[in-house]
Design a protein around this ligand. Structure first.
Ligand code: GUN
Length: 292
């Protein structure tokens, strides 16, 4: 079994991105990212902070907005409009999910598609579906595809099962893998909580992407001997033996699944760091395109 080291691969991508940032700065353009969080969800807060921190480490301009949970939709949309108009900002990210009183679609649609580094705007969703070269691809599926490429795992002709159908991971992941070309050309099945005989469907996978959002949901009987498993889950669960009383686990029951795999990503240190690296990559792309 090979452990796919997302931390190491993400470092390489961040290093490449740092060089691109330096080249842009030499021409007077500093890539800038705005990250917006509404509410106090601890996991979201920690993601937003590491996005902001990584930006600064790469020499990018970064603005972090941590807004109270009772922020109105109008105020949030007004902030997005300000950021659309701000020439220092090339990428805008509003952390998902927002509090229940906010219509997330309306906020996403307010973002200038050229600054939509999350790839959530309908224009970018459509471009990904069309295979357009200037699409912004959502960072997590883009990171998963890159992990496969960097690990030399062939997707062409492979049976891939994507477990999960979210707009952030499952749907765009399936789109990317079925596209023509490098990192694509796969035969893709999208399975989810309502799939009949889910374990049997997952067992057909040469590559299984677990993005169902349930701790250790994928057990040994979901996985074919010699499969590659990419675990997108980040779930905090109680752990009395840990100093803070909790630990992170993925959507895969790692201990029982790993021995069956040709390769598998750990949690933490697998997909998570890749997501941030791809966000930095997308922000640099946004800067380049807006400067053209
Ligand atoms: N919530 C979970 N993943 C993401 C992501 O990639 N982007 C945003 N904006 N919110 C998220």
């Amino acid at each position: 079994m090979n452990l796919i080291d997302g931390k190491a691969i993400s470092k390489k991508i961040l290093q490449e991105t740092r060089l691109e940032v330096e080249a842009l700065k030499a021409h007077g353009h500093t890539p800038g990212l705005a990250v917006v969080l509404v509410g106090e969800d601890p996991a979201s807060r920690s993601y937003v902070r590491s996005k902001d921190k990584t930006c600064s480490e790469l020499g990018m301009f970064s603005q972090k907005f941590e807004l109270p949970a009772d922020t109105t939709q109008e105020a949030l949309v007004a902030l997005v409009h300000e950021l659309n108009a701000d020439s220092r900002i090339h990428g805008i990210l509003v952390q998902s999910p927002p509090p229940a009183h906010i219509d997330e679609s309306a906020v996403i649609e307010a973002i200038d598609p050229r600054k939509d580094v999350d790839g959530f705007h309908p224009i970018n969703v459509a471009k990904v579906a069309m295979g357009a070269p200037d699409a912004f691809v959502p960072c997590t599926p883009l990171g998963c595809q890159r992990l496969l490429l960097e690990s030399g795992i062939e997707t062409a002709g492979a049976n891939v099962v994507v477990l999960g159908r979210s707009m952030i991971v499952g749907k765009p992941m399936a789109m990317l893998l079925m596209q023509k070309g490098r990192g694509g050309d796969a035969t893709v099945t999208v399975a989810h909580s309502r799939t009949r005989d889910l374990a049997a469907v997952c067992r057909t996978a040469d590559i299984l992407i677990a993005a169902i959002g349930r701790p250790e949901f994928v057990k040994a009987d979901f996985v074919k001997e010699g499969a590659v498993v990419i675990d997108v889950g980040i779930n905090r669960v109680p752990d009395p033996s840990a100093p803070n009383g909790s630990k992170l686990v993925g959507d895969v029951a790692f201990a029982e699944v790993a021995p069956k795999c040709k390769a598998i990503t750990p949690v933490p240190g697998g997909v998570g760091p890749m997501t941030i690296a791809m966000l930095m990559h997308n922000t640099v792309q946004a800067c380049k395109r807006l400067m053209q």
